[in-house]
Structures are given as structure tokens and as C-alpha cells.
Design a protein around this ligand. Structure first.
Ligand SMILES: [Zn+2]
Ligand SMILES: [Zn+2]
Length: 208
């Protein structure tokens, strides 16, 4: 159940849609891709021989995707899959445990395509405007996208992101200043939510 190479045109529209969601667009797209993969696994592929082989070869999901699998899967499908994986782990026990999460690999494939799509289009006026209006990339995905910053297209992203990070820092400071009993003040909408957006900007994540 390998992911197909993403279609470049579909990537562009998916990216535009993700820019309109709260939080990092790449975190949003990665989570969506994993959700699709897991739904397909539990609804159609539980007994598929190729998928079972893939899961046995990879060994296990990482902690983040294990939680997502527990939310998405049903007790019967999970019992079939995890019973099989536990048996494989026992057969190899106590050999070195070195699982490779198939969903992290799938996400990397999606993210690679989306990073290229973003860089390919960021200099276009309408995409730049949408990007400026969004929460922008989380720092882990920003650094993963701009690399060493030698690509001139990365300069556009970095300039926008510098402004976003500066605004978040100022809004958090505004919240702190207005929380003081000596100088209470009415919070702006940005100041009221900056702490959540700053946490996600630094660590990654999507949603409100
Ligand atoms: Zn992200
Ligand atoms: Zn994973």
C-alpha cells in the first residue's frame, strides 16, 4: 500500500486549500495524508497480503502515528494487525528492534512534493498573498523547505516568515503586558491567541 507519486497540479490546489486552514499547511497536509492511509488500511487493506508484508517489514508505527492509528482503527482490524506484528516481533525477539514507521515515510514523500510546489509558486502574486494571510509554516517545516537558503525563492518565504515570527513575539509580549494588574488593557484578537499560534509555529501542528 505504497503512496502514489502526488500529481503536481493536485498538489498545487491541495496547498492552496491548506493555506486557508489554521496552523502550518504542511502539518495539515501530512496529517491528512496519514489519515487517508489509515482509513484505507482499516477499511480495505487489513487482510491484503501486500499490505501485511509491508507492515511486517516496517515493524511498527511511531508513537505519533500509533495514536492516530488507535483513533482511526476499529478493534477487529487493530487486533488482526497488531496481533500479527506482535507475533513477528516475538519471532525475532530479542533481536535489535528497529522499526521504520510507514506513515512517516509516506508523509516525507507528500511533504517533499508539497515543499517543491510551494517554492515553485511562492513568487506568484496570488499565492504570495494567500501565504501572507496564512499562519505560515512551522519552523521544522520551514527549515526543511528552505534548506540552506541559497535558492532565491526561499528568500521570499524567509522574508514573510521573519515578519510572522516577529508579530507573534510582539503579540505574546502584548498579552503579558496587558495581563499585569497595574496596566490592564483590552487584548487585540491577535494577542489573545498568539500563545497557541506561537507554540505551533515553534513546534509544528495545525488547527485552532
Ligand atoms: Zn508544519
Ligand atoms: Zn510515524
Amino acid at each position: 500500500m505504497r503512496g502514489k507519486q502526488p500529481d503536481r497540479r493536485l498538489c498545487f490546489y491541495d496547498l492552496l486549500d491548506a493555506l486557508r486552514q489554521p496552523g502550518c499547511p504542511l502539518c495539515h497536509l501530512a496529517a491528512e495524508a496519514s489519515e487517508r492511509w489509515l482509513r484505507s488500511l482499516f477499511h480495505e487493506q487489513v487482510t491484503d497480503a501486500e499490505t501485511r508484508l509491508l507492515l511486517r517489514r516496517q515493524g511498527a508505527f511511531c508513537a505519533r502515528h500509533t495514536e492516530q492509528a488507535l483513533r482511526t482503527g476499529d478493534p477487529l482490524g487493530s487486533s488482526i494487525i497488531y496481533g500479527d506484528l506482535a507475533r513477528c516481533a516475538l519471532d525475532a525477539f530479542p533481536a535489535k528492534w528497529n522499526p521504520k514507521c510507514p506513515l512517516c515515510e509516506q508523509e516525507e514523500q507528500v511533504l517533499g512534493a508539497m515543499r517543491n510546489t510551494l517554492l515553485d509558486h511562492i513568487e506568484e502574486e496570488d499565492v504570495r498573498v494567500d501565504y501572507e494571510a496564512s499562519d505560515g509554516l512551522c519552523l521544522p517545516h520551514l527549515y526543511g523547505t528552505v534548506g540552506r537558503g541559497r535558492d532565491p525563492r526561499a528568500d521570499v518565504l524567509l522574508a514573510i516568515e521573519r515578519g510572522k515570527i516577529d508579530a507573534l513575539s510582539r503579540e505574546c509580549a502584548g498579552f503579558v503586558a496587558k495581563s499585569h494588574y497595574d496596566h490592564p488593557g483590552e487584548l487585540t484578537r491577535g494577542e489573545a491567541t498568539a500563545w497557541r499560534r506561537a507554540a505551533r509555529k515553534l513546534g509544528g501542528g495545525h488547527g485552532n
